[in-house]
Design a protein around this ligand. Sequence first.
Ligand SMILES: Nc1ncnc2c1ncn2[C@@H]1O[C@H](COP(=O)(O)OP(=O)(O)OP(=O)(O)O)[C@@H](O)[C@H]1O
Ligand SMILES: [Mg+2]
Length: 415
Amino acid sequence: MSLPGTLGIDFGTSNSAMAWATPGDTARLIALEGEATAMPTAVFYNSEDLSTHFGRDAVAQYLEGTEGRLMRSLKSLLGSPLLQETTVVNHRQVSFQDIIATFLATLRERATRALGTAPTRVVLGRPVHFVDDDAARDAQAEGALLQAAYSVGFEQVSFQLEPIAAALDYERRLSRESTVLVVDLGGGTSDFTVVRLGPQRMQQVERAHDVLATTGVHIGGTDFDHRLSLEQVMPLLGYRHLGPDGREVPSRVFLDLATWHLIHRLSTQKALTEAQALWTNYADVGLHRRLMRVLTERHGHHIAHAVEQAKIRCSQFDSDAVVDLAFVEPALAAPMSAAALREQLDALFQRTVACARECVQQAGLADNQLAAIYLTGGSSALRPFQRVLQAAFAGVPLVEGDLFGGVASGLAYSG
Ligand SMILES: Nc1ncnc2c1ncn2[C@@H]1O[C@H](COP(=O)(O)OP(=O)(O)OP(=O)(O)O)[C@@H](O)[C@H]1O
Ligand SMILES: [Mg+2]
């Protein structure tokens, strides 16, 4: 029996969520891990007992030091040549496309458990651009996600732009007609839309004419973490360190370590051998020993996680924070001041805000025609970003929304 409703799946770079809506009803977010309705987009292959884990469970297994491989930021691989590359996990050769399918299969299983029967009609979210300025690779990325969804048993699959989904969710809270700029700043992408919303418009089936413009850019929280890790933490392992010949240590290993979706590359024997050979490039071999400890003990994701946590603390309390690296070496830590956060991320904020500006321009509106700027996505909570955005749209009220569930609900409504 097929259920008369739509499952919205927000397959996010950092977190995923799902919601279920039947015509005329309020969407309901599906509990994915206990009560939690959002779960980290993470897969852990435990090599001690060959089991596979997802979400918080996957992250916890890794942080507890269980032997195995953690995969994060899987969505960042869509549209990249790495997608079809294979890697060995638990004695099996799998492609990253397979790993994405495994994650979607788990989402489907959990939705089926919550609904009592398997959903058939699915709306998947997608960013405005999976890949910037490359329509062919962008289409490839969507195609790969579609194929993964079919391969795990979903039958009717369509796509909706994530910022439009966020807008449809926000619309439920509006009591009068307004034109808003929706800002969805997530882990991998920043997406914008200018839309006309309102209780009367909500009743209409055809909404395309209410969407005045959409824009997007491949910048998100994982890029902020990348920048901060390179500036604050990687120098402790030898990034930009000068060797005896006065030249910098080759940077590749640090760039991979600071990039969520590339960290897994450093767990191969080949990567370890290459890193071992770097010792001649160091004047201070203590830094090289530390790098090797990080690689052999597989602290890469732990460092990324520590940087992310420090970023969030720094933003939330608008005060200086510390990246605690005691798991690498007793008392090792990197400072992260509120000023450093602001300065190091400013160029990324400026590009993001320029994309928001372009969206309003494409919509043909002046700022004073916007009733509000609606913020969603985890990174939209970053205070220094909000300040840059507010400065660019002086006088337009910022409305903070549902950070992690709004897109999934809106996708379910789009069905
Ligand atoms: N309070 C906070 N302040 C700043 N950043 C935060 C906060 N909470 C979460 N983040 C960041 O938000 C990002 C995740 O947001 P979200 O779950 O909306 O992304 P996503 O939907 O997985 O990604 P995308 O939509 O780009 O595919 C992470 O980079 C995380 O570090
Ligand atoms: Mg998102």
